[in-house]
Design a protein around this ligand. Structure first.
Ligand SMILES: [Zn+2]
Length: 298
């Protein structure tokens, strides 16, 4: 009986792959040569030539797909005839469109950074306020001021929750912060609950507390802290601020202004002409002669 697994007895229409050692039909080893490869093997290169390789289709290193080729490679392939010139042209145009989209995505991403910065600026005072009140709460507990501790415990927990909600909101929604103050973002029911908790504290305790917490009796006014509509110039300014240094424009250094120095007269020099009486300096310039009208001499 014939041993089917013996490679020497495999039918000639089958071949063993050199790499994966699998026995496969010859069709799996056939591949089309590129124009350059065909010419190298002595063909004219006008028609597509197939060859049989030593490794199967799966093991053959994959050719670079058209979608991953650069514009330069596409032009080259078009010139050798491996890619139809029209296909190469369309691909190059597509690549250019993609590059523009990528650039646009970059711009959008920068806007998102600006918006996130706006939110962080809004939430930073809230964070500071919370930290401060947490400390006050700890001291209240330490000094046994029970009602104050109960109020602050409720207050800080409510604000912590609000802060978590707002942080999640701005990190997922990618939008602008409509108000410039964090208090405006606390919903009405939470504000009411805080006011109730404040009133539940004994009057003396409320009086003893130095400074009311920010959210107690907060006067809600949506128009007051509404962020202004962005003008084009504002957007540009904020973007410039974010992107860093302003562009350096080389300027010509202005020529130094000559200093006005008093004219020095050389006193040691003896003038050849005799000095007239009353003249203590040598005459450097003739005084302007007043022209008399010609008819005076008549
Ligand atoms: Zn293989």
């Amino acid at each position: 009986m014939e041993n089917v697994n013996d490679s020497e007895q495999v039918a000639p229409l089958m071949r063993v792959c050199k790499k994966c050692k699998a026995t496969k039909p010859l069709a799996a080893f056939r591949y089309t040569l590129t124009r350059a490869q065909a010419k190298q093997q002595g063909f004219v290169g006008k028609h597509l030539v197939t060859a049989e390789g030593k490794v199967c289709k799966e093991c053959r290193p994959k050719r670079k797909p058209l979608s991953k080729m650069t514009n330069k490679e596409l032009t080259q392939k078009a010139s050798t005839g491996d890619v139809h010139p029209l296909v190469a042209k369309m691909r190059i145009e597509q690549n250019k469109r993609d590059a523009n989209l990528l650039r646009k995505a970059g711009r959008v991403n920068r806007w998102e950074q600006i918006w996130a910065q706006e939110w962080e600026d809004v939430l930073a005072p809230m964070k500071t306020h919370l930290r401060k009140l947490n400390q006050v709460k700890r001291l209240a507990k330490l000094y046994g001021r029970k009602s104050k501790h109960i109020f602050l415990d409720f207050y800080t927990a409510a604000l912590r929750k609000e802060m978590a909600r707002l942080t999640l909101h701005y990190k997922t929604q990618l939008c602008r912060a409509p108000y410039t103050r964090w208090e405006e973002y606390v919903p009405e029911d939470v504000r009411d609950k805080i006011d109730d908790a404040w009133l539940a504290m004994p009057f003396e305790e409320r009086l003893r507390m130095r400074g009311k917490p920010d959210m107690v009796n907060y006067k809600y006014d949506p128009d007051k802290y509404l962020r202004k509509q962005v003008k084009n110039t504002d957007a540009l300014a904020s973007r410039k601020a974010l992107l860093g240094k302003p562009a350096k424009i080389p300027r010509e250094t202005p020529a130094p202004v000559p200093k006005l120095t008093p004219h020095k007269i050389d006193v040691g020099h003896t003038p050849k002409t005799r000095l007239l009486k009353g003249e203590d300096v040598p005459v450097l310039r003739e005084p302007p002669v007043k022209e008399e009208p010609w008819w005076d001499n008549l």
